[in-house]
Write a protein that binds this ligand. Structure first.
Ligand SMILES: [Ca+2]
Length: 737
């Protein structure tokens, strides 16, 4: 019963020692004899003594009978007693004499015993307080007149279903005899059925609990001789108690084996089993895993610590949590970014690799993640177009991460070299392509095509224009070999950027032959390597191998490097096309046969379209689809200089147009000469002023030739017929008008 833990350290029910709780505690009495000093006369027959009166004097240490004698050491032979004033001082019903005993804390009381020095009272009652400051509750009534004095029936029995916390009234101990040494003992549990199941009866546990006891002495027993008011007789009636005992234990609810003064000097249990409070009636703050309960013989019911996983030292009891999980301690203020009733998990939007690791923020990108919570590895769940551990990057092919995720790249596949920049969405363009989406040819180029490494082809226009577009009226056309070479020579501009395909019949196991193509023309030469090869390469089979050469300066390993204009110039006047196989024979087991040469070109028509043919926008002075001609009124700067030569205005003094190739003027207005710089014979005037009437017919007979005299402007006929004279122009002019 004593130790709160067994030899193995397991908790067990423990109780403070059973004691006389009144012993040494000073009781208070409402009335005590001796102030002023008075005589009292014990009854004849008491203790066999004679009728000798004695004196009670509160001021005299040898003659006082104050309340300290109630709870001092009791000796049968030499007893001390407390005594009230006698009936001569008015002590009798309805005046009560009260004795109060404060226990200082809750006790569980087994009995209350009074040993009277005189005879027992006719009526007295015991009251208690269950807790400090509570009401006085009746505990037991002793009376020869229960109904009359206390309004209660006499007897000690309970009706079925009745509250067991009921005070009985009994007459058993109210006789006047014995005249001295009468003993009354009240057993708190006697006559109460649940006493046999005390540990399971909170009602009786409360019934025996008491912090303060009150003995109310209400009516003295007399022989009836007091009615004559004889002072000697009245002095023989008084209350006197030699011992007041209270058997019980300090109430610690099974969780302490000792009681003693606490820090404030108040009596309290020395609580074990993680309990606290004066009566160990609560669990310690961090021991809220299950509800507090009294320790019983079967179960210590010790308080259990909260499980806060080491992240909190504070918790409260949560009934709902206890009901659902069996552990009611809800931890408070979880540290280290933990959460949950036991700080057993990470806070929202935090994670850890294992239960022992510290919680770390997920840091999921707010725009790129579907939610801010990551998994145990810190990996966030990304929106469909987003990637990365924290969803902070766009997937390849997407850009500009924002609230809606990433936007798809919209690069023009023909013009771009890959996917767009994940931040700006800008596409990487091929050499001749521009625009954020690589969907426009740069100035000077046209015909955006996926197979074109530069994206767009350079305008040719014989070097006269930088502005061109795809022509509408051309269709694809293939020049096939029957080994008549001329077909592949001459003007092959329409093959610019297109494929020349060589087909070989290869022996079994043959590898692509190391073939290169050499182009010559316009004083230029160029070597191209195959840009593609195809055909079955299965070992053991005779198959066709096709090698494609892209006729473009940007082709693989084109050498020497040639600007696009010159490459086209070469094609425009192709004089030789040589196919060369270098190195060893492709296979020791057989020969390689060239079976077909196929050149993609274009000719007039509509289908399939050939957008690689240009239509140029020509500057002033040029005309033709490719600016290959001089416009009317223009001539080659170099006569017969060909399409590459510049066109300049005709120099015909505005008397006619000129031949675009030779520049020779077709003169009108009666002029002649390479630049119409002369009047025709028979005409005169100044042809350099540029008017239609610059040259006038000579006013000579038969319209013969004439001339103007430079010194005075006179016109004189130079071929006058014989016998006619010169006529002055001025006169003639007047005459003519
Ligand atoms: Ca005593």
């Amino acid at each position: 019963m004593g130790a709160c833990y067994d030899g193995a350290g397991r908790p067990q029910r423990c109780l403070p020692v059973f004691e006389n709780a009144a012993f040494g505690r000073l009781a208070e009495a409402s009335h005590t004899c001796g102030s002023p000093p008075e005589d009292f006369c014990p009854h004849v027959g008491a203790q066999g003594a004679g009728t000798q009166c004695q004196r009670c004097d509160a001021a005299n240490p040898r003659l006082h009978h104050n309340a300290s004698y109630l709870t001092d050491f009791h000796s049968q032979d030499d007893s001390t007693w407390w005594q009230s004033p006698s009936m001569a001082f008015g002590v009798q019903y309805p005046t009560s004499v009260n004795i109060t005993l404060r226990l200082g804390k809750a006790y569980e009381i087994t009995y209350v015993r009074l040993k009277f020095h005189t005879s027992r009272p006719e009526s007295f009652a015991i009251y208690k307080r269950s807790h400090a400051g509570g009401p006085w509750e009746p505990y037991q009534f002793y009376s020869a007149s229960c109904q009359k004095t206390y309004g209660r029936p006499e007897g000690q029995y309970l009706r079925p279903g009745q509250d067991e916390r009921v005070a009985f009234c009994t007459s058993e101990f109210s006789d006047i005899s014995p005249l001295s040494g009468g003993n009354v003992a009240f057993s708190t549990l006697e006559g109460r059925p649940s006493a046999y199941n005390f540990e399971e009866s909170p009602i009786l546990q409360e019934w025996v609990t008491s912090t303060e006891l009150l003995i109310s002495l209400d009516r003295l027993n007399t022989f009836g001789d007091d009615i004559f008011k004889d002072p000697k007789v009245l002095q023989s009636y008084y209350y006197a108690v030699s011992d007041f005992s209270v058997g019980g234990r300090c109430k610690c609810n099974g969780h302490a084996s000792e009681c003693g003064p606490n820090e404030e000097g108040r009596l309290a249990c020395r609580c074990q089993h993680n309990t606290t409070g004066a009566d160990c009636q609560r669990c310690l703050p961090f021991f809220q895993d299950r509800p507090w309960a009294r320790g019983t013989a079967e179960a210590a019911n010790e308080c259990l610590p909260c499980n806060c996983s080491g992240h909190s030292e504070e918790c409260t009891f949560d009934r709902e949590l206890f009901r659902s999980s069996g552990h009611g301690g809800r931890c408070l203020h979880c540290r280290d970014h933990t959460a949950g009733p036991h700080c057993e998990r990470c806070q929202e939007n935090f994670y850890r690799w294992n239960p022992w690791a510290p919680c770390q923020p997920c840091d999921c990108h707010p725009a790129g993640s579907l939610r801010l919570q990551c998994d145990d590895s810190g990996t966030c769940v990304c929106k469909p177009t987003v990637t990365g551990w924290k969803c902070d990057r766009c997937l390849s092919g997407f850009h500009s991460l924002s609230e809606g995720g990433c936007r798809p790249c919209t690069c023009n596949p023909a013009g771009s070299l890959g996917t767009c920049d994940p931040h700006s969405g800008r596409c990487p363009c091929k050499q001749n392509v521009e625009g954020n989406l690589c969907d426009r040819c740069r100035p000077g180029t046209f015909n955006l095509q996926p197979h074109n490494p530069a994206g767009c082809s350079s305008c040719f226009c014989y070097g006269h224009s930088k502005v061109c577009a795809a022509a509408a009226q051309f269709r694809a056309h293939y020049i096939l070999s029957n080994f008549r070479q001329e077909k592949f020579l001459g003007d092959q501009r329409f093959s610019y950027g297109q494929l020349l395909t060589l087909t070989f019949r290869a022996p079994p196991g043959g590898s692509p032959p190391p073939v290169q193509l050499r182009l010559e023309g316009a004083g230029l030469a160029l070597t191209l390597q195959p840009s593609s090869s195809s055909g079955p390469q299965d070992a053991g089979q005779v198959g066709e191998v096709q090698l494609g050469f892209q006729l473009q300066e940007t082709s693989e390993d084109a050498g020497p490097p040639l600007p696009p204009f010159h490459f086209q110039r070469l094609l425009a006047n192709l004089t030789a096309l040589r196919i060369g196989a270098s190195g060893q024979s492709p296979s020791p087991s057989g020969q390689l046969f060239l079976t077909e040469v196929r050149l993609t070109s274009a000719q007039r028509g509509t289908s399939p379209p050939a957008p690689w043919v240009e239509t140029c926008s020509c500057p002033r002075g040029y005309t033709g689809q490719f600016c290959e001609s001089c416009a009317p009124g223009y001539k080659r700067e170099t006569p017969r200089g060909g399409p590459y030569a510049s066109c300049v205005p005709c120099t015909c003094n505005q008397h006619g147009t000129c031949d675009p190739n030779t520049g020779i003027c077709l003169c009108g207005h009666h002029t002649e000469g390479p630049s119409c710089e002369r009047c025709l014979p028979g005409f005169y005037g100044n042809p350099f002023t540029g008017h239609a009437d610059d040259c006038q017919p000579c006013p000579c007979p038969g319209q013969s030739a004439c001339t103007t005299l430079p010194e005075n402007g006179e016109v004189v006929c130079t071929h006058c017929p014989p016998g006619q004279r010169v006529v002055l122009l001025s006169i003639f002019k007047v005459a003519r008008l």
